[in-house]
Design a protein around this ligand. Sequence first.
Ligand code: TXA
Ligand code: MG
Length: 367
Amino acid sequence: MDTKLLVLEDFKRTGQISEADQAKIAEAAGILRNGGLVAFPTETVYGLGGDARLKEASRRIYEAKGRPSDNPLIVHISDISQLDAVASDISDAARIMADKYWPGPLTMVFKKTDLIPYETTGGLDTVAVRYPVHPVAKALIAASGAYIAAPSANISGRPSTTAAAHCIEDLSGRIEAIVDGGDCEIGLESTILDVSGDNLQLLRPGAVTSEMIEETLGISLSEDAALKGPLAEGVRPKAPGMKYRHYAPKAEMILVDGSDPVKKAEGIYKLAMEKTAAGKCTALLCSDECISDLVRLDPDIKNKLSIKSTGSREDEAETAHKLFELLREMDAEGIEFIAAEGYDEAEIGKALMNRMKKAAAWQIIHT
Ligand code: TXA
Ligand code: MG
């Protein structure tokens, strides 16, 4: 299959959807209406979209991603009025969250309606719903007249895609079209909040943080076991996707954490040197501040190791924005081992560290 690349030139330059861009969005919407698959940008990561009402479109999404079909898809809407068609038993708390954070990087899990087939929800009676704020995502969903099932637009097991180039890398030849609307601002997938039961539960941390949810609802939020550490054999996370070691680079990765930055840099250096001595092609993934500490330890370090900067450790949003792209870059360079700096877990740092811990298969050294 030829995958058509629809580049939104004006949107990428100005952030505004021009008439020429709108014509390309209309073409992509036509593909979705005909049951085809289209990758498109959202504020979190790129999505791999298909009509959520069509069993066959959902089946093809699983096939294109190489994803197990028990892992449910998120249904995307472009107007709050679409919610009642896909979700039932919507609680007051869910309404408050929708009022405050939609459109935006928040997904909520509700009881599903009959409109959404079990093929889309991986056999579950619940449905995850998201109303993205990205202008291109909104325009595309609206133009399709549909509800768009969209997992992240990556091959299952690889880091999520945050630019059209990543979608081309993973999905060319597997789907009808890719809409290129530039880089995703946030770079980590949406927060998932289960509002289908009596107790709200955080299933995946994201840019709508636990602190924000707790403050908005005046509650203390419980978290799914999958966020706390590696799951014991046979334990199922509430969000089936969280059981897979995804967000993963090809390389083995170990996180080095600790409150003293100099000790942390020393730990990263020691680990990287051990792996290099063992013959592994090794890279460092760390902040600018950490790189300065490393250069003090070994002025020649930049000639010895591949070093990837995540930006200032003070700017965790920037680190989050860069993470998946850097993991892909290291894959492309054939890196076999990554020594990575651990970051502060407050606010967006919780989502960042969740993805990093998963990429590291929970291997952490505390300095
Ligand atoms: O930011 C995002 O959420 C992106 C963009 C494209 O919107 N989408 C995304 O989809 O990350 P995906 O499929 O990569 O991750 C969806 C996660 C999976 O872990 C899945 O198991 C969980 O959501 N999920 C979906 N439906 C669910 C449900 N009914 N109950 C519990 N978890 C659900
Ligand atoms: Mg995904």
